[in-house]
Structure formats: structure tokens, C-alpha cells
Design a protein around this ligand. Structure first.
Ligand SMILES: Nc1ncnc2c1ncn2[C@@H]1O[C@H](COP(=O)(O)OP(=O)(O)OP(=O)(O)O)[C@@H](O)[C@H]1O
Length: 376
């Protein structure tokens, strides 16, 4: 890769379990110091994508496509363990969902951090130890010298997650992949841990791929977002632009279900929010065209228009108005069935920083949340 290339470049990534494809041709870049959020409902393929970047896919998964890290000669998709072992901690690191799975229960936390330092740098035991204590201090663990001697089970959930962030950052990797790093925590701790992750990222200048369901966190901490649906990108672009004007109906539906900042109406204890009806398809039942079509108000509107057009044409035909039938057929340009039959490919919009994979993105109204209100 050229020095001007992005730090990470993913092209046509596919991840399958036997005949079932969970990630179906995903391409994206991550620039230096950039925070890219991967969002989308459960099962969209976010975690698998994150794990593919780290060479940590489940054994039974097969991967195809390309993952390149700038400066690495090796193609990382399908790379053998020694290739990744060279990168782990030094160039790429994981902040997992579950801190306990990342920490050994039988060694004090400080020893684990020190071992991580020594695995990468030729420093003495006492230097590594000092570095471990400093790393715990950097993530806001008070009395770090004493706490370094404690075992993971002696830490609270929030402290463990901080320790895992310290571990991921200790050798200042260029790319950190955080897979739902706060889901196991209570909301207040979630906020603090995310802020900490963002601060450490900034201090080290690392790039971050953040897998999350939390759109408020995306708005606050990410530069760009990639919205995934059924293993593909529905939309991607700078966070402020996507939030201000989503282009894919799926993104619009996700954003519409975010609680608004405005206070509740007087006397109201809750408000009904627009929501996307239904659930994503399972891997075994992916629809032929756009996977979102069965839940998409634009696809539904087109379907209706098509049905009405066909009905009018039929009526005209019955009345032997051949000309009328032809006109009725032509009068419904929005009524074609591309959504149900053709997989939408990502298209670049404007200056190329945004992409959308939707046949009907140009039909999305200015206030798309209203499209989803009908489904509440
Ligand atoms: N080891 C596995 N064997 C079979 N299918 C799997 C395996 N791991 C993941 N999958 C399937 O791949 C799809 C994508 O999973 P993935 O965990 O990447 O989704 P996700 O978007 O991260 O969801 P969540 O937000 O719930 O973590 C899901 O349908 C999941 O059931």
C-alpha cells in the first residue's frame, strides 16, 4: 500500500458459515486518527466484521475479500495466525464486549498489563510494571499501584472495562477495534467508559472502529458511520451529515427511533416514537433484492403503486381501452419492483464522502421519520 493510503482498507469482505453468508461484500476505509462507528440492528454482521479486522473470526467461519493495513505486505483476510500475532497489541488491538473474557482470572491485572508491554517491547520487568501502573492511572483507576496487584474479580465491571482499555492501548496501536465496549455496564458507567475510550484514543492518536447500538454515542464520539443491514452497507458517511440527512430509508428509520432532545409534551409521561416494523431477516431467509425491502416504507409505497397501476391497466384492458392500458402501465415510474428483485449496490453521493445502497434514496422525503410513524 502507498503511504497516502488509508490506515485500513476493507474491500468486498464476505464472511460465511457454510452456505449462509453473514457479511455480504462490505467495503470501507478507516483514516488516521479517525473514529468509524459500525451500527445496525442485532445480526447485521458488525461483530463479525470487527473480528475479521483482527483475525479473530470463529473457526467455522470462512472469509473472502480483502483487509489491508497500511505498511503490511500481507493480505489479512485468510492470513495465518503468526501474521496477526505480529500485529496484535502493536498495530491493532481489541476492546471486547466482555472484559472478563479478555483478562485471565488467575493473574493480577497489573501483571497482565506488564506482560502485554514485555510481549512487544524489550523492557525490564520493573519498567513494564511501572508502565502498567501508569496505564491504569491513565484510565482513571485510583490508587493504581495497589490496584495493579488485584485480580480481575476484585474489580468492578466498570474498572475491569477500564483495565481492558488500558490493555488495548498500552502499546499504542494504530487501530483499536471496540466491539460494544460498554454493553455489560450500567448507563452511567457506559458513558464514563466511552468518554475514557475516546480520550485515550485522542491521546494516542489511534484510529478506532467502534461497534455499537448506541446512536447517541455515535453522534458524540464518531467521525464517520457505516450503517449495516443484513451483512451489507446500507449507508455510510460523516456522522453529522448522516444524522442531519439520512439517505437510506433504513438509516432514517434507525435515527427516527432515537428519543428527541426536546422535552416531553406537558403532562405526557412518554411519547410514541417512530419505529421500524418487523425484524431483520435471518441468514437462511435473505430476500432476493434489497434485504430491507420487506420493512421499507418506500418499497411498500412502490409496491402499492405497482399494484394500483396493474389494476388500472387491467380495468382499462377489460374495457378494451388498449391505449389506456398502455398509459396506465407507463404512468407508474415509482412502481417498479427493483427493491424486491435487485440487490442495491453502494452509490457515491456528492463529493464521494457518502455512500448509499438504496434504489429509492432520491425518493426519501425531507422528514423521513414520518414515513415510519405509520408503522407504530
Ligand atoms: N459462530 C457462528 N456460527 C453461525 N452463525 C454465526 C456465528 N457467529 C455469528 N453468526 C451469525 O452471523 C450474523 C451476524 O452476526 P454478528 O454477531 O456479526 O451480528 P451483530 O451485528 O454484531 O449483532 P449484535 O449487535 O447482536 O452483536 C448473525 O446472524 C449471527 O447469528
Amino acid at each position: 500500500m502507498h503511504p497516502a493510503d488509508p490506515l485500513l482498507s476493507v474491500r468486498g469482505l464476505r464472511i460465511a458459515f457454510g452456505p449462509l453468508e453473514a457479511v455480504r461484500g462490505l467495503s470501507f476505509d478507516v483514516g488516521d486518527g479517525e473514529v468509524l462507528a459500525l451500527v445496525g440492528e442485532s445480526g447485521a454482521g458488525k461483530s463479525l466484521t470487527a473480528r475479521a479486522l483482527l483475525g479473530m473470526l470463529p473457526r467455522e467461519a470462512t472469509a473472502a475479500g480483502s483487509v489491508r493495513l497500511r505498511g503490511e505486505a500481507a493480505e489479512l483476510v485468510g492470513a495465518r495466525r503468526p501474521v496477526y500475532a505480529r500485529l496484535w497489541g502493536r498495530r491493532i488491538a481489541l476492546v471486547p464486549q466482555d472484559a472478563l473474557s479478555a483478562l485471565s482470572p488467575v493473574h493480577p491485572v497489573g501483571d497482565q498489563l506488564a506482560a502485554a508491554v514485555r510481549s512487544v517491547r524489550g523492557v525490564s520487568r520493573s519498567q513494564a510494571r511501572a508502565r502498567a501502573v501508569a496505564a491504569l492511572e491513565q484510565v482513571g483507576i485510583a490508587d493504581a499501584g495497589r490496584r495493579a496487584r488485584a485480580y480481575p474479580h476484585e474489580f468492578s465491571g466498570g474498572m475491569r472495562q477500564r483495565a481492558v482499555i488500558a490493555m488495548a492501548m498500552i502499546n499504542e496501536p494504530e487501530l483499536v477495534v471496540a466491539d460494544e465496549p460498554t454493553t455489560a455496564l450500567d448507563p452511567d458507567t457506559q458513558r464514563h467508559v466511552l468518554e475514557l475510550l475516546a480520550r485515550r484514543r485522542e491521546e494516542t492518536g489511534a484510529s478506532l472502529v467502534l461497534v455499537t447500538h448506541d446512536l447517541a454515542a455515535v453522534e458524540e464520539h464518531a467521525d464517520r458511520m457505516l450503517v449495516m443491514y443484513a451483512g451489507r452497507a446500507a449507508e455510510s458517511g460523516p456522522v453529522d451529515e448522516v444524522f442531519a440527512r439520512p439517505r437510506a430509508p433504513y438509516t432514517a428509520g434507525l435515527l427516527a427511533s432515537l428519543p428527541p432532545d426536546a422535552p416531553l409534551p406537558a403532562g405526557g409521561r412518554s411519547r410514541r416514537l417512530p419505529a421500524i416494523a418487523g425484524a431483520p431477516p435471518t441468514l437462511a431467509e435473505l430476500p432476493a433484492g434489497c434485504a430491507f425491502a420487506p420493512r421499507c416504507p418506500l418499497a411498500e409505497r412502490a409496491e402499492q403503486a405497482r399494484a394500483e397501476g396493474a389494476e388500472r391497466a387491467e380495468r382499462a384492458e377489460r374495457a378494451e381501452q388498449a391505449e389506456g392500458a398502455e398509459l396506465a402501465r407507463r404512468a407508474e415510474p415509482a412502481g417498479d419492483d427493483r427493491c424486491r428483485t435487485e440487490l442495491p449496490e453502494p452509490q457515491r453521493l456528492g463529493d464521494g464522502r457518502r455512500e448509499v445502497a438504496c434504489h429509492r434514496w432520491s425518493e426519501l422525503p425531507d422528514r423521513p421519520a414520518e414515513l415510519f410513524l405509520e408503522h407504530v
